[in-house]
Design a protein around this ligand. Sequence first.
Ligand code: PEP
Ligand code: CO
Length: 455
Amino acid sequence: MAQPDLPTLAELHARGAAQQPSYPDRGAVDDVVARLRTSRPLVLPHECDQLTDKLAEVARGEAFLLQGGDCAETFAGVTADNTRNKLRVLLQMAVVLTYAASVPVVKLGRLAGQYAKPRSSDLETRVVDGEKTTLPAYRGDAVNGYDFTPESRVPDPARLLEVHRTSAATLSMIRAFIAGGYADLRKVHHWNTDFVADSVAGQRYEAMAFEIDRAMSFMQAIGADPDEFHQVDFHISHEALVLEYEHAMTRVDAGVDERAAYDLSGHFVWIGERTRQLDGAHVELLSRVRNPLGVKLGPTTSADDAIALASRLNPDNTPGRLTFITRFGAGRIRDGLPEVVDKVTAAGLQVAWVCDPMHGNTFEASSGYKTRRFEDVIEEVQGFFDVHRQLGTWPGGVHVELTGDDVTECVGGGEELLEADLGDRYESVCDPRLNRVQSLELAFLVAEMLRARST
Ligand code: PEP
Ligand code: CO
């Protein structure tokens, strides 16, 4: 298939791409890439364009983005229950934000493709049977195995085929849940089941669900039954990290515009904090595709960096094309973010601003678990809202690592999870996620921040 403007994989690698697996057998990689190139796309170009239009509303201050899911999906975690639970917590959060803050919410899963992880170190050391052992770091199920053995940690390109298969399975479950009416607003009570229903946030949600029910009954009594009650728009996203996979899934869609390439592995793809070098392979590849894009901006980002990224990735200044996902950390956002937002805005650049309150707030608990304090997460979102309020810009959304299950990975929150509790149910293979109760609490707190903004 002709790909008019696309650089080849070799050209991308020649840029010295960061955070790539060191595959031992290049021939095996080439075989996998050839198979992926003819695999079926996971999403379609017009769906990506629809999401761009929705994100344009976010960029204009007319809608709020809720993006969430695991830090790292795993192949073993792809079950109908797991997928439904994640969809359910996102739907609950979206309802809270929409109802409590009267803002349309764009729902974007961090799932169906989130299998590759950048790492701060290439190696991991653990004590095994009393001996210090060092092996290649786990880079996500897309690359190698989580088990701490030499065999499991060797990067295996065949895993990319499994990424495609499991992502397709997750997405088809999501599409089926939605088509089957799971996301129908009349199910607003049904989403509030099991452990969450007894929590304070769950009770608060239940009270709100009654009000929504009453409002819907009233609407129906007067003969109004808008489609929005029954349908939901839901899109998928992941970090575009492994070049082999993203390049092979990038297709030129002749039906739309024969010069338009889309990365059809997901609707929205983002570039991580560690791979956003201006002349790097990731920026180069994604500058050529027409999907809506995100870029993570960490605490060392200068306003000039952000402006240069916007010029490279969105030269036409199309609203909705580019989302900056800031992740400065609770202690640095108030100092670092204003200049970036101010100068990008002064340059007339159309971007959506989204807060990732997770990745700047990770620390290691004394027990060795990687964790985050719920209070730091909230503090960063509050800082994000305050900065945007001062500058008169729109705090466009939140990007969160969460799960629909009752895990114990982040400390604090209404249930006051302690560091000593982390071992009870710590399941993440990478970063700690908010559990379902903490996620709902976050939604109520963010809804209050949104409401305070409009008063
Ligand atoms: C992530 O989103 O899991 C991640 C690694 O983020 P960042 O690139 O911001 O560090
Ligand atoms: Co993470």
